[in-house]
Design a protein around this ligand. Structure first.
Ligand SMILES: Nc1ncnc2c1ncn2[C@@H]1O[C@H](COP(=O)(O)OP(=O)(O)OP(=O)(O)O)[C@@H](O)[C@H]1O
Ligand SMILES: [Mg+2]
Length: 480
């Protein structure tokens, strides 16, 4: 039995239905790519795949110059065309795949990322997009898959694991999206291999973090069985499989405090904020004062698209001045997410809760204590402040490794002197948890003691105070 990709199959079906009449390129585009705008050369790619299968009969598909294509095999009445022998066994590569969601709003500031991830996927079977909640992993994954599917002969399939709770759920969700099972099926893991074999397929496996081990096992099984399969996973934590590359999705860039109006307008976070304000008919003036307020919102929300979206909803109703003043109480105010968004994206707090519930108890305690640092900190400073009670410096070190791997603690990229920091929203969240615990005073005292020791060492006085976060560390808890 010959197999052919579903797009080529759709074109073949269209040609047969036309019973020898010309099928225009527009008709093909409408049938095969109903929800996207693609280049005409995608049709050529699919037709050359079909002609390859026709073999000696390839001239049966005629190009009608400037108009379209025609299948020149005899048809009788309503009888299906007598296809060339080589093609009679052709069937669609497999059942229908779950299509990529259509994104109507343009993705802002991710052109470089799309190119980098596409390159990574050409050399590695699994690429994982990593990043904290709402940073844009899913949208980026979809954009990459869409661009690859439009430019190549690859089919793309979107699978979300967001609602899945266990290993069997992972297998069922994948089987269902590949069109070979149902959500409630007890689908055997090995049978997934049959569903991907022989298919030139790119799978976007979205939201892996809460079922990370099962997702990792299935991904490894599938890419080891099929050389033509590529998996683009999104997760707040790496899958840690063989043959995997990570791509850290970074926040949209934000303006410096001293940025000129032009530089501010060029930042992707500002462009996103303004575009979304316009989309809800709440245009913002671009005078320096207004731009400065937008810049403050973007900076203090760390350039995280979900947080910016939630801020747009507030600013559209109450104005940007009020939105700026609400940033100090962001969890209270940033709640009105899209009605159709998943629950973890309905409020800023829910986005943080989703990551928090995946932390171990030790990681949670260490995170609360790290909230005391308002800027970058070294591992030494973290251990000095957070290793107390039942936690040893080793426990704290291990917890920081876990928190960094789960994209809760961020690291600087200079490999010589690794430093750590929390995004402002994560820090606010950690501080709230610290205040709710009974250890805020102790952590504050330890941080003050560490600072005193730090400044007593003369050779260190010249060292960047920002590494520790200087004496604002004391203020940040005291002022709450
Ligand atoms: N580059 C961008 N330009 C415009 N909007 C964006 C961009 N990136 C993300 N968004 C919007 O921000 C919101 C969050 O994005 P997305 O769902 O991709 O985040 P995520 O990292 O997958 O979050 P989660 O970890 O919760 O799954 C979405 O509503 C999305 O449309
Ligand atoms: Mg997502």
């Amino acid at each position: 039995m010959l197999q052919v990709g579903s797009r080529a199959f759709d074109i073949l079906e269209l040609l047969i239905e036309a019973k020898g009449k010309t099928v225009t390129k527009d008709e093909i585009l409408r049938r095969v790519w109903p929800n996207s705008v693609v280049e005409e050369n995608n049709i050529h790619v699919q037709l050359s795949a079909l002609r390859k299968i026709f073999g000696d009969d390839k001239h049966a598909i005629r190009t009608i110059s400037g108009r379209g294509y025609r299948l020149t095999v005899p048809t009788e009445g309503d009888e299906p065309a007598a296809l060339p022998e080589a093609v009679q066994g052709v069937q669609a590569g497999a059942a229908r795949l779950n299509a990529l969601p259509v994104c109507h709003a343009p993705l802002i500031g991710r052109e470089g990322a799309i190119a980098d991830i596409t390159r990574a996927l050409s050399g590695t079977p699994i690429v994982t997009l990593l990043g904290p909640g709402g940073i844009g992993k899913t949208q980026l994954g979809i954009a990459v898959a869409r661009s690859i599917a439009a430019a190549t002969d690859m089919e793309a399939c979107f699978i979300t694991l967001a609602a899945v709770e266990n290993a069997q759920g992972v297998v069922s969700a994948i089987a269902q999206a590949l069109g070979v099972g149902r959500a409630d099926d007890e689908f055997p893991r090995q049978s997934l291999v049959a569903a991907v074999l022989g298919r030139n397929l790119l799978v976007v496996l979205d939201n892996c973090e809460h079922v990370i081990e099962s997702a990792a096992t299935v991904c490894e099984l599938l890419v080891q069985a099929s050389a033509d399969l590529r998996i683009l996973a999104t997760s707040r934590e790496p899958l840690r499989t063989r043959d995997e590359k990570f791509y850290r999705v970074v926040p949209l860039d934000t303006p410096d405090t001293e940025a000129s109006p032009q530089a501010t307008l060029a930042c992707s976070s500002v462009r996103m904020f303004l575009a979304q304000m316009r989309a809800v008919n709440a245009d913002v003036e671009t005078d320096p004062g207004s731009l400065e307020m937008v810049a403050t919102i973007c900076r203090r929300l760390d350039g995280v698209p979900l947080a910016l979206e939630l801020a747009v909803a507030r600013a559209a109703v109450f104005g940007i001045r009020r939105a700026v003043s609400e940033l100090d109480d962001r969890f209270q105010f940033l709640r009105g997410g899209r009605r159709t968004a998943p629950p973890r994206q309905q409020t800023l707090e829910a986005a943080l809760d989703w990551s928090y519930q995946l932390l171990s108890m030790t990681e949670r305690i260490v995170l609360h204590r790290l909230g005391i640092f308002p800027a970058r900190f070294s591992l030494e400073a973290a251990c000095a402040v957070a290793a107390c009670g039942r936690l040893s410096p080793n426990d704290v070190t291990e917890a920081i490794v876990g928190l960094a791997s789960k994209c809760v603690v961020m690291t600087t990229f200079d490999s010589r002197t690794k430093e750590y920091f929390l995004l402002e929203t994560t820090r606010e969240y950690a501080l709230r948890k610290l205040q709710q615990s009974d250890e805020a005073d102790e952590v504050l005292t330890r941080s003050a003691a560490y600072l005193a020791r730090f400044y007593e060492q003369p050779c260190r006085r010249g060292f960047r105070a920002a590494t520790l976060g200087n004496d604002l560390a004391t203020e940040s808890v005291a002022s709450r």
